[in-house]
Design a protein around this ligand. Sequence first.
Ligand SMILES: Cc1cc2nc3c(=O)[nH]c(=O)nc-3n(C[C@H](O)[C@H](O)[C@H](O)COP(=O)(O)O)c2cc1C
Length: 189
Amino acid sequence: MTILKRVKNFLAPLPVVLVTTRLRDNDSIADNIIPISWTGIVESAPHMININISRGKYSWEIIKKTKQFGIAIPGAGYIREVDICGTTHGDTVDKFSLTGFEKIDASIIDAPLIKQCPINMECTLENIISFKSHDMFIGKIEATHLDDGFADEQGEPDFKKINILCYANGDYWDLGTKLEKLFFTKIKK
Ligand SMILES: Cc1cc2nc3c(=O)[nH]c(=O)nc-3n(C[C@H](O)[C@H](O)[C@H](O)COP(=O)(O)O)c2cc1C
């Protein structure tokens, strides 16, 4: 083992999620998508999720204003569309038209969900924690959508079918192989 000359963060893999927003301005509506990998679960009762966006980005401004956002989980097959969303900016392009991602209505929030994504979650902003370059937006999950075509017999997501897109240290990966059930080593009494 070598201690690197510079401290690096090799935490991997991270999921790639698509955060959706909607800005209403008089009669106009501007919808946007930002791919995020710095994201995580922070609470389960109620369910809460964090997304970290560098300060000043278009999506950062919108979430600050509207205090709500969608989180869509794409399959690895959408790598190209995801990358396009991550190299363009919502103040100058319509990323839905650019990628062909289709909008579906949310049930609670005022932001679009993404039809091609098997999982969509509707979030309302609970808190913001500021760091030097990034703001961590903590959202309460108000509703969870699962595409029936990607559900198993128990109604849970079938991650083999979904094959989520992942990010590791500058590269895209897919989910890989399922190994075992959680807590499979627990001894039964
Ligand atoms: C796979 C991937 C992961 C990314 N993760 C983050 C992230 O966690 N936080 C962030 O601020 N930007 C992240 N980005 C960069 C933004 O998606 C990018 O700056 C985007 O163009 C901003 O869109 P907007 O200007 O419409 O808000 C990521 C991009 C990609 C492709």
